[in-house]
Design a protein around this ligand. Structure first.
Ligand SMILES: C[S@@+](CC[C@H](N)C(=O)[O-])C[C@H]1O[C@@H](n2cnc3c(N)ncnc32)[C@H](O)[C@@H]1O
Length: 273
C-alpha cells in the first residue's frame, strides 16, 4: 500500500530537520523502499507504524536512523578524475610553494561518504609529492552518517569498490589484503582523520583549510541551506584556498563569496573577500 500523504509530509519535514536534505515529491517512493528496513529493525510493521512511533516517542536514535537511511552514499576512488588532475598539476605545486615556510597543508573532504575521496587525495599526495613526507599534512573526512565515518576510519573496501577508479598500481602500493577485501595500509590511514559532522547543523570551525572538496552533496539541499553551508565553508578556508564541487554542481545564482576558476579541465572556486 502506498504511503499516506500525511506520512510523506511528516517524513519530508523530519528529514529536512535532521540533515537539510530535501526529499522531492517524485522521490517519495524512496521513503518506503529505504525506511521499511528501518521500521523492521525497530520491530515495527511498516513505514506508517514508523511514522507513528517517531511522532510518539522523540527517539533520537530512531530519528537519526531515518535520516541516515535516506542519504545517498554513492562514491568512488578518483571520482570524476579532473579535480585530482588539477590537484596534481597545479593546485598542490602552487600551495607547496606558497606554504614552504609553514610546511603545513590542510584538506577537508566534506560529505565524504565511505572515504574514497579522502583516500584518493592521500594516495595522490604520497605517490606524487614525496617532498611533503615531513610536512604536517592533514586530511579531514566528515560525513553525517556514523556508519560512513566508521568505514572511513577502517579504510576497508570490497573488490567491487577498489575496481571502481583505483589504479592497480595504487592498490598494490597502498592497500593490503584483508580476506576478500582490501584495507588501506596504516601509513595512508593515519593521514586521514574521520569525524561525524552534519553540514546542516550550526557548525563552527577554527580550522582554515587549503583545499575543500564538497562534492555531490549540495544537490540535496535547498537554496538557503546551500548558501548557509557555503558561507561557513568560506570561513573555514584559507583566502588563497581551493574549493571543488561535484561535476554538475554550480554556485550560479547563489549569494556566496566564491569566484569560479578553471584549473586545466577542472572547475574550482576561489574565496573572494
Ligand atoms: C553522494 S555522496 C557524495 C560522496 C563524495 N563527496 C563524492 O562526491 O563521491 C553524499 C554524501 O553526503 C552525505 N550527507 C548528506 N547530507 C549531509 C549533511 N547534512 N551533512 C553531512 N553529510 C551529508 C551523505 O551521508 C553521503 O555520504
Amino acid at each position: 500500500m502506498a504511503l499516506a500523504e500525511s506520512d510523506i509530509q511528516y517524513l519530508q519535514k523530519a528529514i529536512a530537520r535532521g540533515s537539510g536534505n530535501v526529499i522531492r515529491e517524485h522521490q517519495s517512493y524512496l521513503l518506503e523502499a529505504r525506511l521499511t528496513p528501518v521500521a523492521q529493525a525497530a520491530g515495527l510493521d511498516d513505514v506508517h507504524a514508523l511514522v507513528a512511533e517517531l511522532q510518539r516517542s522523540a527517539d533520537r536514535k530512531l530519528q537519526e536512523a531515518v535520516v541516515e537511511a535516506m542519504t545517498i552514499n554513492e562514491t568512488s576512488f578518483f571520482r570524476d578524475m579532473q579535480p585530482f588532475t588539477a590537484l596534481q598539476e597545479q593546485v598542490l605545486p602552487e600551495l607547496i610553494d606558497r606554504r614552504k615556510t609553514r610546511r603545513q597543508l590542510s584538506v577537508w573532504s566534506a560529505a565524504s561518504s565511505s572515504g574514497q575521496e579522502a583516500y584518493s587525495i592521500a594516495m595522490l599526495i604520497r605517490s606524487r609529492f614525496p617532498e611533503l613526507a615531513d610536512w604536517r599534512v592533514s586530511i579531514l573526512a566528515t560525513d553525517l552518517s556514523e556508519e560512513m565515518v566508521k568505514r572511513t576510519r577502517e579504510g576497508v573496501y570490497s573488490q567491487f569498490e577498489v575496481n571502481r577508479g583505483l589504479p592497480a598500481s595504487m592498490l598494490v602500493k597502498f592497500f593490503e589484503r584483508q580476506g576478500l577485501n582490501w584495507q588501506a595500509r596504516p601509513e595512508i590511514r593515519q593521514m586521514i582523520h574521520a569525524e561525524k559532522m552534519n553540514l546542516a547543523e550550526n557548525w563552527r570551525t577554527t580550522a582554515r583549510h587549503d583545499i575543500v572538496f564538497i562534492r555531490n552533496v549540495l544537490i540535496y539541499f535547498d537554496v538557503p541551506m546551500k548558501e548557509t553551508i557555503l558561507r561557513r565553508v568560506h570561513q573555514s578556508m584559507q583566502p588563497d584556498g581551493y574549493l571543488f564541487l561535484g561535476g554538475g554542481e554550480t554556485l550560479l545564482q547563489l549569494d556566496v563569496r566564491f569566484e569560479r576558476a578553471a584549473v586545466g579541465n577542472a572547475v574550482c572556486f576561489r574565496p573572494t573577500s
